[in-house]
Design a protein around this ligand. Structure first.
Ligand SMILES: [Fe+2]
Length: 162
């Protein structure tokens, strides 16, 4: 379950996290874990099909896939290095954590502070397009996520400020 560190306050209750992040324009939902979801990619997408379909409709996303990082991923350090630098995207960053863990630090709407969302399996986070953020793995260096895109070709990190 996620933890949100916002200023001096730490939140662990999913309902509270959802509310605090909604006020910041970030979608957080607790979908929970499904035991059958830890096999192949198509089974994972099947296990979360209703939630993915709803989100696609709400956010006009057209494409869903799975991404996995682990200590066995070739070039893991280089990949992590890209996303630990503050950046934004022209598309939303939509991540549902199936396995593992990862930390997002997201710029507040006012642009005056970063808040930290530590995600675990069962957590969905949507960072809107153009919002500055960074991402890193935890000590285990492993995560497996469902991603959704409005345009599967246009998703890349942009480091310079808009
Ligand atoms: Fe990103």
């Amino acid at each position: 379950m996620a933890t949100l560190e916002f200023g001096a306050t730490s939140y662990q209750d999913p309902a509270e996290i959802t509310k605090v992040l909604a006020d910041e324009g970030i979608i957080y939902e607790r979908w929970g874990t499904r035991p059958e979801s830890c096999s192949d990619d198509s089974k994972v997408l099947e296990a979360y099909a209703p939630e993915v379909a709803r989100l696609k409709e709400q956010g006009r996303y057209v494409h869903a896939d799975l991404v996995a990082l682990s200590p066995n991923t070739p070039g893991l350090d280089d990949i992590c290095e890209k996303f630990v630098k503050e950046h934004h995207h022209d598309d939303d960053e939509v991540r549902f954590v199936v396995e593992g863990a990862g930390v997002f630090e997201v710029m507040s709407q006012k642009g005056d502070a970063m808040f930290k969302i530590s995600t675990e399996p069962g957590d969905l986070v949507v960072i809107p397009a153009k919002r500055r953020h960074l991402f890193y793995l935890t000590e285990k260096k492993a995560i497996r996520c469902i991603r959704l895109f409005k345009d599967s070709k246009g998703w890349e990190a942009i480091y310079s400020r808009p």
